[in-house]
Write a protein that binds this ligand. Structure first.
Ligand SMILES: [Zn+2]
Length: 415
Protein backbone atom coordinates (compact mmCIF):
# COMPACT_ATOMS: atom_id res chain seq x y z
CA UNK A 1 0.00 0.00 0.00
CA UNK A 2 1.30 3.45 -0.95
CA UNK A 3 0.16 6.38 1.14
CA UNK A 4 1.06 10.05 0.82
CA UNK A 5 1.09 12.47 3.76
CA UNK A 6 1.19 15.85 2.08
CA UNK A 7 2.09 18.98 3.95
CA UNK A 8 1.44 17.44 7.36
CA UNK A 9 2.85 18.32 10.78
CA UNK A 10 5.07 15.66 12.33
CA UNK A 11 7.56 15.53 15.20
CA UNK A 12 11.25 15.50 14.33
CA UNK A 13 13.12 14.26 17.39
CA UNK A 14 16.55 15.17 15.99
CA UNK A 15 15.56 18.77 15.34
CA UNK A 16 13.45 18.84 18.54
CA UNK A 17 10.56 20.42 16.64
CA UNK A 18 7.17 19.88 15.09
CA UNK A 19 7.88 20.16 11.38
CA UNK A 20 5.71 20.57 8.33
CA UNK A 21 6.48 18.43 5.32
CA UNK A 22 5.59 15.55 3.03
CA UNK A 23 6.47 11.88 3.36
CA UNK A 24 5.10 8.53 2.26
CA UNK A 25 4.49 4.94 3.15
CA UNK A 26 5.92 2.58 0.56
CA UNK A 27 6.42 -1.13 1.11
CA UNK A 28 5.72 -0.85 4.85
CA UNK A 29 8.44 1.77 5.38
CA UNK A 30 8.59 5.56 5.64
CA UNK A 31 10.05 7.31 2.60
CA UNK A 32 10.63 10.99 1.92
CA UNK A 33 10.51 10.52 -1.85
CA UNK A 34 8.07 8.28 -3.64
CA UNK A 35 6.39 8.21 -7.04
CA UNK A 36 2.60 7.86 -7.22
CA UNK A 37 -0.02 6.79 -7.81
CA UNK A 38 -1.12 6.56 -4.18
CA UNK A 39 -3.85 4.43 -2.64
CA UNK A 40 -4.52 7.08 -0.03
CA UNK A 41 -3.62 10.72 0.53
CA UNK A 42 -3.77 12.65 3.83
CA UNK A 43 -3.23 16.42 3.81
CA UNK A 44 -2.78 19.26 6.29
CA UNK A 45 -3.14 17.18 9.41
CA UNK A 46 -0.99 15.95 12.30
CA UNK A 47 0.84 12.62 11.94
CA UNK A 48 2.86 11.10 14.78
CA UNK A 49 4.67 7.80 15.23
CA UNK A 50 2.47 5.05 16.71
CA UNK A 51 2.69 4.56 20.46
CA UNK A 52 5.01 1.94 21.93
CA UNK A 53 3.44 0.28 24.97
CA UNK A 54 6.53 -0.75 26.97
CA UNK A 55 4.80 -3.03 29.47
CA UNK A 56 1.57 -4.97 29.16
CA UNK A 57 -0.22 -8.24 29.84
CA UNK A 58 -2.65 -7.99 26.95
CA UNK A 59 -4.94 -10.91 27.73
CA UNK A 60 -5.63 -9.59 31.23
CA UNK A 61 -8.44 -7.60 29.64
CA UNK A 62 -10.40 -10.70 30.65
CA UNK A 63 -9.94 -9.75 34.31
CA UNK A 64 -10.88 -6.07 34.08
CA UNK A 65 -12.53 -4.93 37.30
CA UNK A 66 -11.62 -7.98 39.39
CA UNK A 67 -10.10 -7.33 42.83
CA UNK A 68 -10.26 -3.56 42.55
CA UNK A 69 -9.63 -2.60 46.14
CA UNK A 70 -6.65 -4.59 47.39
CA UNK A 71 -2.86 -4.18 47.32
CA UNK A 72 -0.70 -5.89 44.71
CA UNK A 73 0.28 -8.98 46.75
CA UNK A 74 -3.31 -9.81 47.73
CA UNK A 75 -4.57 -8.91 44.27
CA UNK A 76 -2.16 -11.37 42.64
CA UNK A 77 -2.45 -14.20 45.16
CA UNK A 78 -6.17 -14.10 45.98
CA UNK A 79 -7.68 -12.84 42.75
CA UNK A 80 -5.49 -13.10 39.68
CA UNK A 81 -3.31 -16.19 40.01
CA UNK A 82 -6.23 -18.57 40.75
CA UNK A 83 -8.02 -17.36 37.60
CA UNK A 84 -4.86 -17.45 35.51
CA UNK A 85 -4.39 -21.11 36.40
CA UNK A 86 -7.59 -21.81 34.41
CA UNK A 87 -6.54 -19.96 31.25
CA UNK A 88 -6.17 -21.71 27.94
CA UNK A 89 -5.67 -20.73 24.32
CA UNK A 90 -9.29 -19.82 23.74
CA UNK A 91 -9.42 -17.38 26.65
CA UNK A 92 -6.16 -15.77 25.62
CA UNK A 93 -7.09 -15.54 21.94
CA UNK A 94 -10.34 -13.63 22.51
CA UNK A 95 -8.94 -11.46 25.30
CA UNK A 96 -5.99 -10.59 23.05
CA UNK A 97 -8.38 -9.54 20.30
CA UNK A 98 -10.17 -7.29 22.79
CA UNK A 99 -6.89 -5.94 24.16
CA UNK A 100 -5.37 -5.26 20.77
CA UNK A 101 -8.51 -3.42 19.63
CA UNK A 102 -8.36 -1.28 22.76
CA UNK A 103 -4.67 -0.57 22.24
CA UNK A 104 -5.03 0.26 18.54
CA UNK A 105 -7.93 2.66 19.14
CA UNK A 106 -5.67 4.73 21.41
CA UNK A 107 -2.84 4.72 18.87
CA UNK A 108 -0.66 1.87 20.17
CA UNK A 109 1.17 0.10 17.36
CA UNK A 110 3.66 -2.06 19.33
CA UNK A 111 3.45 -3.59 22.79
CA UNK A 112 5.92 -5.48 24.96
CA UNK A 113 3.92 -8.26 26.56
CA UNK A 114 4.61 -10.71 29.37
CA UNK A 115 2.02 -13.45 29.57
CA UNK A 116 1.16 -17.05 28.64
CA UNK A 117 -0.30 -18.83 25.61
CA UNK A 118 1.62 -16.53 23.28
CA UNK A 119 0.60 -18.54 20.22
CA UNK A 120 -3.00 -17.47 20.77
CA UNK A 121 -1.97 -13.83 21.20
CA UNK A 122 0.13 -14.03 18.05
CA UNK A 123 -2.84 -15.35 16.10
CA UNK A 124 -5.08 -12.56 17.46
CA UNK A 125 -2.55 -9.84 16.61
CA UNK A 126 -2.16 -11.17 13.09
CA UNK A 127 -5.87 -10.46 12.70
CA UNK A 128 -5.77 -6.95 14.12
CA UNK A 129 -2.35 -5.98 12.77
CA UNK A 130 -0.83 -4.62 16.00
CA UNK A 131 2.81 -5.62 16.59
CA UNK A 132 3.42 -7.85 19.62
CA UNK A 133 6.85 -8.09 21.21
CA UNK A 134 6.74 -11.21 23.34
CA UNK A 135 8.64 -11.78 26.55
CA UNK A 136 7.34 -15.08 27.96
CA UNK A 137 7.41 -14.78 31.74
CA UNK A 138 9.61 -16.98 33.94
CA UNK A 139 8.71 -17.78 37.53
CA UNK A 140 11.19 -19.99 39.36
CA UNK A 141 9.58 -23.40 39.86
CA UNK A 142 10.30 -26.92 38.64
CA UNK A 143 10.10 -27.08 34.85
CA UNK A 144 10.54 -23.32 34.30
CA UNK A 145 12.85 -24.17 31.39
CA UNK A 146 9.80 -25.00 29.25
CA UNK A 147 9.43 -21.22 28.79
CA UNK A 148 12.55 -21.39 26.62
CA UNK A 149 10.73 -23.71 24.20
CA UNK A 150 7.96 -21.10 23.89
CA UNK A 151 10.58 -18.46 23.13
CA UNK A 152 12.13 -20.61 20.44
CA UNK A 153 8.77 -21.39 18.90
CA UNK A 154 7.95 -17.65 18.71
CA UNK A 155 11.34 -16.90 17.16
CA UNK A 156 10.63 -19.60 14.60
CA UNK A 157 7.34 -17.85 13.78
CA UNK A 158 9.28 -14.65 13.04
CA UNK A 159 7.86 -12.76 16.05
CA UNK A 160 9.89 -10.19 17.98
CA UNK A 161 10.91 -11.82 21.25
CA UNK A 162 12.71 -11.07 24.51
CA UNK A 163 12.86 -12.99 27.78
CA UNK A 164 10.83 -12.17 30.90
CA UNK A 165 12.23 -13.18 34.29
CA UNK A 166 9.10 -12.05 36.15
CA UNK A 167 10.67 -10.18 39.09
CA UNK A 168 13.39 -10.53 41.72
CA UNK A 169 10.83 -11.92 44.20
CA UNK A 170 9.80 -14.73 41.82
CA UNK A 171 13.21 -15.46 40.24
CA UNK A 172 16.28 -15.83 42.47
CA UNK A 173 19.92 -15.28 41.63
CA UNK A 174 20.22 -19.09 41.58
CA UNK A 175 18.65 -19.36 38.13
CA UNK A 176 19.12 -15.78 36.90
CA UNK A 177 22.64 -16.49 35.52
CA UNK A 178 21.16 -19.23 33.36
CA UNK A 179 18.48 -16.86 32.05
CA UNK A 180 21.06 -14.17 31.34
CA UNK A 181 23.34 -16.64 29.53
CA UNK A 182 20.40 -17.79 27.41
CA UNK A 183 19.50 -14.16 26.57
CA UNK A 184 23.07 -13.48 25.51
CA UNK A 185 23.22 -16.67 23.46
CA UNK A 186 19.98 -15.89 21.59
CA UNK A 187 20.54 -12.12 21.59
CA UNK A 188 17.31 -11.40 23.47
CA UNK A 189 16.46 -8.32 25.48
CA UNK A 190 15.37 -8.79 29.11
CA UNK A 191 12.02 -7.59 30.47
CA UNK A 192 11.44 -7.71 34.24
CA UNK A 193 9.23 -6.10 36.88
CA UNK A 194 11.35 -4.12 39.33
CA UNK A 195 10.67 -2.10 42.48
CA UNK A 196 6.92 -1.97 41.97
CA UNK A 197 5.94 -1.88 45.66
CA UNK A 198 7.41 -1.05 49.04
CA UNK A 199 7.11 -4.74 50.00
CA UNK A 200 9.19 -5.68 46.96
CA UNK A 201 11.82 -3.08 47.86
CA UNK A 202 12.09 -4.54 51.36
CA UNK A 203 12.32 -8.09 49.98
CA UNK A 204 15.09 -7.16 47.54
CA UNK A 205 17.10 -5.22 50.10
CA UNK A 206 16.75 -8.02 52.68
CA UNK A 207 17.66 -10.81 50.28
CA UNK A 208 20.08 -9.20 47.85
CA UNK A 209 21.21 -6.04 49.62
CA UNK A 210 21.02 -2.41 48.54
CA UNK A 211 23.65 -3.12 45.87
CA UNK A 212 21.37 -5.64 44.12
CA UNK A 213 21.83 -3.95 40.73
CA UNK A 214 25.59 -4.44 40.99
CA UNK A 215 24.92 -8.14 41.69
CA UNK A 216 22.80 -8.34 38.54
CA UNK A 217 25.51 -6.51 36.62
CA UNK A 218 28.12 -9.02 37.84
CA UNK A 219 26.23 -11.85 36.15
CA UNK A 220 25.99 -9.92 32.85
CA UNK A 221 22.34 -8.88 33.24
CA UNK A 222 22.94 -5.48 31.63
CA UNK A 223 24.90 -6.78 28.66
CA UNK A 224 21.59 -7.15 26.83
CA UNK A 225 19.02 -4.34 26.45
CA UNK A 226 16.76 -4.24 29.51
CA UNK A 227 13.17 -3.05 30.10
CA UNK A 228 12.29 -2.66 33.77
CA UNK A 229 8.61 -2.28 34.55
CA UNK A 230 7.50 0.22 37.21
CA UNK A 231 10.63 1.39 39.07
CA UNK A 232 8.40 3.02 41.70
CA UNK A 233 10.77 2.42 44.59
CA UNK A 234 14.10 2.93 42.82
CA UNK A 235 16.52 5.05 44.84
CA UNK A 236 18.47 7.91 43.31
CA UNK A 237 21.58 5.78 43.16
CA UNK A 238 19.59 2.97 41.47
CA UNK A 239 18.46 5.51 38.88
CA UNK A 240 21.99 6.76 38.28
CA UNK A 241 23.23 3.17 37.92
CA UNK A 242 20.47 2.25 35.45
CA UNK A 243 21.07 5.50 33.59
CA UNK A 244 24.57 4.28 32.78
CA UNK A 245 23.23 1.04 31.22
CA UNK A 246 21.24 0.27 28.06
CA UNK A 247 18.03 0.12 30.04
CA UNK A 248 14.63 1.78 30.08
CA UNK A 249 11.99 1.97 32.78
CA UNK A 250 8.46 1.20 31.63
CA UNK A 251 6.53 3.79 33.61
CA UNK A 252 2.99 2.52 34.33
CA UNK A 253 1.46 5.32 36.41
CA UNK A 254 -2.20 4.30 36.40
CA UNK A 255 -1.53 0.75 37.56
CA UNK A 256 0.82 2.03 40.28
CA UNK A 257 -1.71 4.58 41.47
CA UNK A 258 -4.63 2.17 41.37
CA UNK A 259 -2.78 -0.55 43.28
CA UNK A 260 -1.67 2.13 45.75
CA UNK A 261 1.96 1.18 45.13
CA UNK A 262 3.27 4.74 44.92
CA UNK A 263 4.64 6.55 41.90
CA UNK A 264 7.73 6.54 39.70
CA UNK A 265 9.69 9.81 39.77
CA UNK A 266 10.07 10.61 36.06
CA UNK A 267 11.67 14.03 36.63
CA UNK A 268 14.38 12.53 38.85
CA UNK A 269 14.94 9.69 36.37
CA UNK A 270 15.52 12.30 33.66
CA UNK A 271 18.01 14.13 35.88
CA UNK A 272 19.91 10.84 36.33
CA UNK A 273 19.98 10.11 32.58
CA UNK A 274 17.63 7.13 32.91
CA UNK A 275 15.50 6.41 29.83
CA UNK A 276 11.75 6.23 30.33
CA UNK A 277 9.05 4.55 28.26
CA UNK A 278 5.33 4.36 29.01
CA UNK A 279 3.35 1.18 29.69
CA UNK A 280 -0.26 0.43 30.49
CA UNK A 281 0.44 -2.76 32.46
CA UNK A 282 -2.57 -5.13 32.31
CA UNK A 283 -6.20 -4.06 32.15
CA UNK A 284 -6.83 -5.84 35.43
CA UNK A 285 -4.80 -3.29 37.40
CA UNK A 286 -5.16 -0.17 35.26
CA UNK A 287 -8.15 -0.78 34.35
CA UNK A 288 -7.80 0.00 30.66
CA UNK A 289 -5.23 -0.07 27.87
CA UNK A 290 -5.83 3.51 26.75
CA UNK A 291 -2.31 4.67 26.00
CA UNK A 292 -3.23 8.30 25.58
CA UNK A 293 -4.67 8.37 29.09
CA UNK A 294 -1.52 6.67 30.44
CA UNK A 295 0.77 9.17 28.77
CA UNK A 296 -1.21 12.12 30.12
CA UNK A 297 -1.22 10.70 33.64
CA UNK A 298 2.55 10.17 33.45
CA UNK A 299 3.23 13.76 32.45
CA UNK A 300 0.79 15.28 34.96
CA UNK A 301 2.25 13.14 37.72
CA UNK A 302 5.80 14.24 36.85
CA UNK A 303 4.67 17.86 37.03
CA UNK A 304 2.87 17.36 40.33
CA UNK A 305 5.73 15.49 41.99
CA UNK A 306 8.49 17.81 40.82
CA UNK A 307 6.38 20.96 41.13
CA UNK A 308 8.05 22.04 37.88
CA UNK A 309 5.72 22.74 34.95
CA UNK A 310 8.52 22.31 32.40
CA UNK A 311 9.91 19.04 33.82
CA UNK A 312 8.87 17.05 30.70
CA UNK A 313 8.03 18.88 27.47
CA UNK A 314 5.28 17.57 25.13
CA UNK A 315 7.96 16.56 22.59
CA UNK A 316 9.95 14.68 25.25
CA UNK A 317 6.78 12.95 26.44
CA UNK A 318 5.91 11.88 22.91
CA UNK A 319 9.47 10.66 22.36
CA UNK A 320 9.21 8.48 25.49
CA UNK A 321 5.89 7.15 24.23
CA UNK A 322 7.31 6.21 20.83
CA UNK A 323 11.04 6.26 20.10
CA UNK A 324 12.85 5.88 23.43
CA UNK A 325 12.09 2.18 24.16
CA UNK A 326 12.47 1.28 20.46
CA UNK A 327 15.99 2.76 20.47
CA UNK A 328 16.94 0.75 23.56
CA UNK A 329 15.81 -2.42 21.75
CA UNK A 330 17.48 -1.34 18.49
CA UNK A 331 14.24 -1.41 16.46
CA UNK A 332 13.74 0.97 13.48
CA UNK A 333 10.42 2.36 14.66
CA UNK A 334 8.93 5.14 16.75
CA UNK A 335 10.24 7.97 14.55
CA UNK A 336 9.31 9.50 11.23
CA UNK A 337 12.60 8.81 9.50
CA UNK A 338 13.64 7.41 6.13
CA UNK A 339 13.26 3.60 5.98
CA UNK A 340 11.79 3.31 9.49
CA UNK A 341 8.82 0.96 9.84
CA UNK A 342 5.68 2.88 8.97
CA UNK A 343 3.86 2.80 12.33
CA UNK A 344 1.83 5.97 12.25
CA UNK A 345 -1.14 7.74 13.82
CA UNK A 346 -3.17 10.17 11.73
CA UNK A 347 -4.91 12.67 14.01
CA UNK A 348 -8.20 14.38 13.31
CA UNK A 349 -7.29 18.02 13.95
CA UNK A 350 -10.94 19.02 13.71
CA UNK A 351 -11.93 16.81 16.64
CA UNK A 352 -13.22 19.01 19.47
CA UNK A 353 -10.34 17.98 21.75
CA UNK A 354 -7.78 19.26 19.17
CA UNK A 355 -9.39 22.65 18.51
CA UNK A 356 -8.31 25.41 18.34
CA UNK A 357 -4.73 25.69 17.19
CA UNK A 358 -2.95 28.57 15.59
CA UNK A 359 0.57 29.82 14.91
CA UNK A 360 2.88 28.65 16.38
CA UNK A 361 1.17 25.30 15.92
CA UNK A 362 0.78 23.70 19.34
CA UNK A 363 -0.71 20.37 18.31
CA UNK A 364 1.72 18.34 20.43
CA UNK A 365 0.38 20.13 23.48
CA UNK A 366 -3.10 18.96 22.47
CA UNK A 367 -1.88 15.36 22.03
CA UNK A 368 -0.40 15.32 25.54
CA UNK A 369 -2.90 17.42 27.50
CA UNK A 370 -6.19 17.40 25.66
CA UNK A 371 -6.79 14.78 22.97
CA UNK A 372 -9.34 12.02 23.39
CA UNK A 373 -9.06 8.72 21.52
CA UNK A 374 -11.78 10.01 19.20
CA UNK A 375 -9.10 12.37 17.80
CA UNK A 376 -7.21 9.29 16.52
CA UNK A 377 -8.63 8.77 13.08
CA UNK A 378 -6.33 6.31 11.30
CA UNK A 379 -3.51 4.02 12.39
CA UNK A 380 -0.92 2.17 10.31
CA UNK A 381 1.39 -0.63 11.44
CA UNK A 382 4.26 -1.25 9.06
CA UNK A 383 2.15 0.29 6.33
CA UNK A 384 -0.94 -1.85 7.06
CA UNK A 385 -4.09 0.22 7.56
CA UNK A 386 -5.32 -1.15 10.91
CA UNK A 387 -7.61 1.62 12.18
CA UNK A 388 -9.79 3.36 9.64
CA UNK A 389 -11.89 6.37 10.69
CA UNK A 390 -11.80 5.30 14.33
CA UNK A 391 -12.70 1.63 13.71
CA UNK A 392 -10.42 -1.41 14.03
CA UNK A 393 -10.31 -2.97 10.58
CA UNK A 394 -9.49 -6.63 11.33
CA UNK A 395 -12.26 -7.68 13.75
CA UNK A 396 -15.97 -8.01 14.19
CA UNK A 397 -16.35 -5.85 17.27
CA UNK A 398 -19.74 -7.23 18.33
CA UNK A 399 -18.49 -10.81 18.13
CA UNK A 400 -15.39 -10.00 20.22
CA UNK A 401 -17.45 -8.28 22.92
CA UNK A 402 -19.92 -11.18 23.13
CA UNK A 403 -17.25 -13.89 23.24
CA UNK A 404 -15.16 -12.14 25.91
CA UNK A 405 -18.25 -11.61 28.08
CA UNK A 406 -19.14 -15.30 27.76
CA UNK A 407 -15.58 -16.37 28.60
CA UNK A 408 -15.48 -14.07 31.60
CA UNK A 409 -18.59 -15.74 33.04
CA UNK A 410 -17.11 -19.16 32.31
CA UNK A 411 -13.72 -18.57 33.98
CA UNK A 412 -15.38 -17.10 37.08
CA UNK A 413 -17.57 -20.18 37.44
CA UNK A 414 -14.44 -22.36 37.18
CA UNK A 415 -15.83 -24.69 34.48
ZN1 LIG B 1 3.17 -6.00 34.94
Amino acid sequence: MRVAFESVWYPDYEERALKRGTFYIDGGAIKFTCDGPFDLVFRDTLVTPGFFNSHSHIAMTLFRGIGDDVVLEEWLQEHIWPLESRLDEEYVYWSSLLGSAEMLLSGTTSFVDMYFWEKATLEATQKTGIRPIFTPGIIERPGWESVLDRIEHLMGEGALVGIGPHALYTVSLKIMPEIVAYARDKNLFIHMHLMETEAERAFIHNNLGVDYLKKLDDIGFFEQPVILAHGVHLSDSDMAFLGSKNSVVAHCPQSNLKLSSGFFRWGDAKAHGLSVGIGTDGAASNNNLNFLEELRTAVLLARGISQKPDVISPLEALESATAVPARILGLPLGEIKENYWADLIVWNTTDISMVPYDEPVNLLSHVIYSAGTEAISDVFVEGRWVVHKGQVVGINRVEVVERVNELRRKIRKGD
